[in-house]
Design a protein around this ligand. Structure first.
Ligand code: PNW
Length: 467
């Protein structure tokens, strides 16, 4: 059959991966089992006044004990790839030193179960759960010692799992964990003071913050080298960053160009330095005396060649238009009525899923791109008939994947998509209230129920197309 509803009209490239994503602290639980050391998120969530409802990841989804059921569920919803993260303090309870074999065993079992189910494992090495010991010894990423320890850990894991895990992401969302964790702010909510931020909950100055950014990207570069040195040929490595994408408001070449300039400048401390090996002139000029301290050798490490780039795409970072004045673009305000999804920060615009990979190609010449996260929180409930009707998430996914297909049909090299998240989980300071899953989790009974969006996903993944 042909015609506008023929799904073959809007296919993704052959071999395109349909994955789901999670992270260790958000789902595993078992926070102090089998020799695991505490992480900064254990400490942070155990501190009063940090997380909505006083929720913690102590048990979370109990995935540590239920991973077999979770792999079977992923299989049943049609995922052929799984992006999970490894909890550093399970492997090195003290951050460095002697590895903990029981912690590593969990990931051996998980990887075996995935391969058995024909699901390709993609491992993230740092999704924010830093060993507390490194916070205590070095104030975390304030010190280059943490970057070095990260590389040692990453190299060790690649050496142990490298016969079966062929794809690694070094660090998840540099921007998010640096900016929120090292510069928390107080806000008044209903007469109470609430901390907005994340672990380790520090309050650094601007110059100190730029040094933390530098150590994070340095940790990435050192880890890339360590993974390559310890894994078989053919192992692939990249980062997974929440790139702050500027979106043009008007479809004209000068607007598109202005947006590219804004994306490059707006990510100077993260993506731009990792892909260009230099801080932009504007970044250093604006920082002035607050500029990070660095060497040329470090810049070379930070820009270690990558096999792919991972981008977490949720929303436009900003809208811009061209300007006669330097820097050549101007941020434009967002209308008060602009639609949002459930998370307070989640401005809705599916077209960011077109511009994001397109800009990775046009600005930096990316030749292999993964969408490492995309999804939304919704006010999901189990209906009387036992089903979960998340129509807004279905709308969100259909619209975003439609825009992604628009990009791949123009030849933008996107090799796969990971939906955030496989299942509802611990959404950082929002606790269990903001549900991002394709699979509903009852946090009392820990029962799992695939949502309507899981049916949508299985159908799209099976066809490798959107209708
Ligand atoms: C990501 N924003 O965080 C993280 O990688 C996940 O751990 C998290 O659960 C997920 O997205 C949903 O929040 C983000 O402000 C935090 O645009 C903030 C933003 C985006 C992603």
């Amino acid at each position: 059959m042909t015609g506008p509803l023929d799904p073959s009209d809007r296919r993704f490239p052959d071999g395109f991966r349909w994955g789901v994503a999670t992270s260790s602290y958000q789902i595993e639980g078992a926070w102090n089992e089998d020799g695991k050391g505490p992480s900064i998120w254990d400490t942070y969530a155990h501190s009063p006044g940090t997380i909505a409802n006083g929720d913690t990841g102590d048990v979370a989804n109990d995935h540590y004990h239920r991973y077999e059921e979770d792999v079977a569920l992923m299989k049943s919803i049609g995922a052929d790839a799984y992006r999970f993260s490894i909890a550093w303090p399970r492997i090195f309870p003290e951050g460095t030193g002697a590895p903990n074999p029981k912690g590593l065993d969990f990931y051996h079992r998980l990887v075996d179960a995935l391969l058995e189910a024909d699901i390709e494992p993609f491992a993230t090495l740092y999704h924010w759960d830093l060993p507390q010991a490194l916070q205590d010894r070095h104030e975390g990423w304030r010190s280059a010692e943490t970057a070095k320890a990260f590389a040692d850990y990453a190299g060790y894991v690649a050496g142990q799992l490298g016969d079966r895990v062929k794809h690694y992401f070094t660090i998840n969302e540099f921007r998010s964990f640096v900016e929120t964790g090292y510069q928390v702010v107080d806000v008044e909510v209903g007469g109470k003071t609430v901390q907005l931020g994340g672990a380790p909950g520090m309050r650094l100055s601007g110059s100190e913050l730029k040094q933390v950014r530098h150590h994070a990207v340095l940790g990435h570069g050192l880890a890339v080298e360590a993974i390559r040195a310890n894994s078989p040929a053919g192992t692939k490595v990249g980062f997974a960053e929440n790139v702050h994408f500027a979106v043009p408001a008007v479809d004209a070449p000068d607007h598109v160009e202005a947006a590219e300039k804004a994306t490059r400048e707006g990510n100077a401390g993260f993506t731009t330095v990792m892909l260009e090996g230099t801080y932009t002139e504007a970044y250093l000029a604006e920082a002035g005396g607050d500029s990070p301290r660095f060497t040329d050798e470090e810049l070379e490490t930070i820009a270690a060649p990558l096999d792919f780039v991972g981008i977490n795409v949720y929303r436009p970072g900003l809208y811009v238009e061209p300007s006669e004045e330097p820097p050549g673009y101007r941020e434009i305000p967002i209308n008060a009525s602009h639609p949002t999804m459930q998370s307070s920060w989640h401005l809705l615009d599916p077209e960011v899923m077109y511009w994001a990979p397109k800009q990775m190609q046009s600005i930096w010449g990316a030749t292999s791109i993964f969408i490492t996260e995309n999804g939304c929180a919704a006010a999901d409930v189990v209906a009387g008939d036992g089903r979960v009707y998340d129509t807004d998430r279905v709308m969100f996914l259909r619209a975003h994947l439609g825009q992604l297909q628009r990009a791949t049909s123009e030849g933008v090299p996107v090799d796969g998509y990971f939906l955030w998240s496989a299942q509802d989980n611990f959404e950082w300071i929002d606790g269990f209230g903001n549900r991002f899953g394709l699979i509903y989790v009852d946090f009392e009974t820990l029962e799992r129920t695939p949502k309507l969006s899981a049916e949508w996903f299985r159908e799209a993944a099976g066809r490798n197309a959107v209708v």
